[in-house]
Design a protein around this ligand. Structure first.
Ligand code: FUB
Length: 365
C-alpha cells in the first residue's frame, strides 16, 4: 500500500494545516498590470531604495534608504543621493499589515555624520536591534555608523562615533549558523573604496576605480563583528572574487566586477555573495565555502532594473526565497526610487537563474 494511506487521519489534518500555513505565511508578489515591470512598488507614500529585508519577531522588516529631492546636482559620485533619514518598513509574513514607521534615525541626531544616509542594514542579537548605516563625515569621507534600539522599527540611538576602522558604504551583516556575525561593505566610485587602496584615505585619489584595466578589480571588504555587534573583531579584509579559472576578476570586466552592495546568504554549506556591478547595472553572484571567501563568480542574479542603481537583499520567508530590490517606476528619476520584491528559486545544482523584473527599454539613466 502507498505510504500516504498509512498516515492516520489526525496527522493528515495537521499536515494539511501546516501546508496551508506555509502558503499563508508568505507574501504574494505584487504583480504589476504594466507589463514593463514584473512587480509593483511595495509603498508609494515615500521614495525608498536599497532594501535590506529581515525576519524579526515574526514580521518582515525592511531597512531601506529614504530617497528625497534636494536639488543636489547629479554626478558620478552619487551627489544626487543626498538622503537625511531612515524609515523602517514592516509587514506580516503574509504581506498584510504593511507599515511605514516614523523616522528611525535622522542625520541631525548622529554627532559624527554630516550627510548622505546611504544603504543601511540591520541585525538582531540578545534583544537589541542594530542599524548599520553609511554616512559622510565632516571631511566628506564615508564611514559606517551603528545605532541601537530595543524595537526593530526604531527609533534608533546612534553611537557618538563611527565604527572604528570603518570606511566606504553599503554595510550588510550576516549571522552564521554558529552565531558569529560578519559585516560586508564597500563600493567604488561615490562609495570611495578606490581612495583607500593605500590603507589611508586619499582625497586626491581616483573618482572611479584603480584605472589599470588588466589589474584585479577592487573587491568588497569584510570583518567579523565582536559579540557586542558594535566593533570589528579583526582587521578589515578584502574579499577575493575569482573567475572559474581561479584568476581574480579584472578592473576591465565591467559586467561582472564588484561595484557596491555586497550581500550574503547561505544555503546548507554554500555562502552566496551577491553584489551590484554598478555601471553595468547587474546584480551578480559568487559562491564560497566559508564567510571569508574566496568566492567564485557564478552568474547574474538580477538583470538591470529601470534606473541607474541596482541594489538588493535576499530573504527566505516560509519556504520561499525573495529578492528585495528597487527601481524608479514611480518617479522616473534615478535618485527617487521605490522598493519592490519578487520570488526566486535556487536550481537543484545551487545555481540561480537570472531574475528579470524590467521589460522596458527606456532606462531612465
Ligand atoms: O542609495 C545610495 C547608493 O545608491 C547606495 O548606497 C548604493 O548601493 C546605490 O544603490
Amino acid at each position: 500500500m502507498n505510504n500516504f494511506f498509512k498516515i492516520p487521519c489526525k496527522e493528515l489534518l495537521l499536515l494539511a494545516c501546516l501546508a496551508s500555513l506555509k502558503i499563508i505565511a508568505q507574501p504574494s508578489e505584487l504583480i504589476n498590470p504594466n507589463t514593463d515591470f514584473k512587480n509593483s512598488p511595495l509603498i508609494s507614500e515615500i521614495f525608498t531604495a536599497d532594501p535590506s529585508a529581515h525576519l524579526f519577531e515574526g514580521r518582515v522588516y525592511i531597512y531601506a534608504s529614504h530617497d528625497i529631492e534636494t536639488g543636489s546636482i547629479e554626478d558620478d559620485t552619487g551627489n544626487h543621493f543626498n538622503m537625511k533619514d531612515y524609515h523602517v518598513i514592516s509587514m506580516n509574513k503574509d504581506g498584510s499589515d504593511l507599515k511605514i514607521h516614523p523616522v528611525g534615525l535622522s542625520v541631525e541626531d548622529v554627532k559624527w555624520a554630516k550627510s548622505r544616509f546611504w544603504a543601511p542594514d540591520a541585525a538582531h542579537k540578545d534583544g537589541t536591534y542594530y542599524l548599520y548605516f553609511p554616512a559622510k563625515d565632516k571631511d566628506e569621507i564615508f564611514r559606517i555608523g551603528v545605532a541601537t534600539s530595543k524595537n526593530p522599527a526604531g527609533p534608533f540611538k546612534a553611537r557618538p562615533k563611527p565604527m572604528n576602522g570603518s570606511y566606504s558604504i553599503d554595510p550588510s551583516t550576516f549571522i552564521d549558523d554558529d552565531g558569529s556575525a560578519y559585516m560586508y561593505f564597500g563600493g567604488i566610485w561615490g562609495g570611495q573604496l578606490q581612495q583607500w587602496e593605500s590603507g589611508e584615505f586619499d582625497p586626491k585619489g581616483s573618482l572611479t576605480d584603480l584605472g589599470v584595466a588588466n589589474n584585479p578589480a577592487i573587491m568588497p571588504r569584510m570583518a567579523k563583528l565582536k559579540n557586542n555587534m558594535l566593533e570589528f573583531d579583526e582587521e578589515v579584509k578584502e574579499i577575493q572574487i575569482l573567475k572559474k579559472s581561479g584568476e581574480p576578476i579584472l578592473t576591465k570586466e565591467l559586467e561582472i566586477r564588484f561595484f557596491e552592495a555586497p550581500w550574503i546568504h547561505k544555503i546548507k554549506d554554500v555562502y552566496y555573495l551577491s553584489y551590484s556591478t554598478g555601471d553595468t547595472h547587474n546584480l551578480a553572484y559568487a559562491t564560497g565555502d566559508n564567510p571569508y571567501g574566496p568566492f567564485t563568480y557564478q552568474g547574474i542574479l538580477g538583470e538591470p532594473v529601470q534606473g541607474w542603481t541596482n541594489h538588493h537583499s535576499t530573504i527566505k520567508i516560509g519556504e520561499q526565497w525573495y529578492l528585495f530590490y528597487h527601481d524608479t517606476e514611480i518617479s522616473g528619476k534615478t535618485h527617487l526610487r521605490n522598493v519592490k520584491f519578487t520570488r526566486f528559486d535556487h536550481n537543484p545544482d545551487g545555481s540561480i537563474s537570472p531574475i528579470k523584473t524590467y521589460f522596458g527599454s527606456d532606462w531612465k539613466f
